[in-house]
Design a protein around this ligand. Structure first.
Ligand SMILES: NC(=O)c1ccc[n+]([C@@H]2O[C@H](COP(=O)([O-])OP(=O)(O)OC[C@H]3O[C@@H](n4cnc5c(N)ncnc54)[C@H](OP(=O)(O)O)[C@@H]3O)[C@@H](O)[C@H]2O)c1
Length: 251
């Protein structure tokens, strides 16, 4: 694959996000330009030390309504006018939500709205703004999805609902745009900041807590780098039908 590729990665300093960065660097090296959206700059600096890929950093707050479209546009302005062979959006940012509550406990509309703004609305706005940039260049959009988009896990109602909506949103995106490649990728259970509380008393449902506890005891988490590598290879080799969800365990 000749020519320069642009990769935009959100949540880039997080557990899976930083693995995506490392694997882009490993697969594409100096043919990659990465825009890393990360609020934690020092953590990002640790991740990208020694990279041959070019990395541009921007701190983006995806949880704030005011000015979200402009903040999303500022991401792509970092590479305005640059020539690329293809452009990729890895829409990875996300938050697990309050796992101490069951579905019926959520009665605070602000809490619910804030959750869906961060996990769904900003995800959609970013996709829309991305597709308006870099005209004439092939675009690929990747939703970092989850098994929770398909299966209801007790104590994880907001998360499951948000992931289900993201999945359908990207299926619709594929249906509406035959010229855009769209992948929903479920990376498997990984030990990251998001999951570290899931095996503790913070997780209300005993069954869900037990599942994560077992995973911790048996250390059977999916390796973040292995999963990111699989995902990038699926995209690079075009081994997917636009709009479908592929799980780490499927491949
Ligand atoms: N861990 C798992 O088992 C698992 C399984 C399936 C799917 N996933 C999905 O994988 C993705 C990455 O999660 P992770 O496990 O790597 O968790 P993580 O380490 O907590 O990373 C999530 C990242 O999301 C970004 N983020 C959170 N709130 C934000 C905000 N208000 N504004 C901007 N960015 C914000 C942060 O990035 P910065 O600090 O860099 O800004 C954060 O590092 C998520 O979409 C998650 O749902 C995870």
């Amino acid at each position: 694959m000749a020519g320069r590729q642009l990769f935009v990665v959100t949540g880039a300093s997080g557990g899976f996000g930083s693995a995506i960065l490392r694997q882009i660097n490993a697969l594409f090296g100096d043919r990659a330009v990465i825009i890393a959206c990360a609020r934690n700059k020092s953590k990002l600096d640790e991740v990208i030390t020694g990279f041959s890929a070019q990395v541009k950093h921007i701190s983006v707050e995806f949880g704030e309504r005011e000015g979200i479209k402009e903040r999303c546009q500022a991401i792509f302005d970092l590479c305005a006018g640059d020539g690329f062979q293809s452009v990729y959006l890895y829409n990875n940012h996300g938050f697990g939500g309050d796992v101490s509550k069951l579905a019926q406990d959520f009665d605070d509309s602000t809490e619910i709205d804030d959750y869906f703004f961060l996990n769904l609305t900003s995800f959609q706005v970013l996709t829309s703004v991305f597709l308006k940039n870099f005209p004439g260049i092939p675009h690929t959009c990747v939703n970092i999805s989850s098994l929770c988009a398909i299966v209801a896990f007790p104590s994880m109602s907001l998360y499951c609902t948000g992931k289900a909506a993201r999945l359908m949103m990207y299926k619709c995106l594929a249906a509406d745009n035959s010229d855009v490649k769209v992948l929903n990728y479920s990376p498997g259970p990984m030990l990251t900041t998001m999951t570290e509380a899931y095996h503790t008393d913070k997780m209300k449902n005993e069954e869900t807590r037990g599942k994560f506890k077992k995973m911790k005891e048996e250390n059977c988490w999916v390796d973040t780098d292995e999963s990111a590598k699989k995902m990038l290879e699926i995209v690079k080799d075009n081994k997917f039908t636009s709009g479908e969800q592929i799980d780490f365990y499927d491949c």
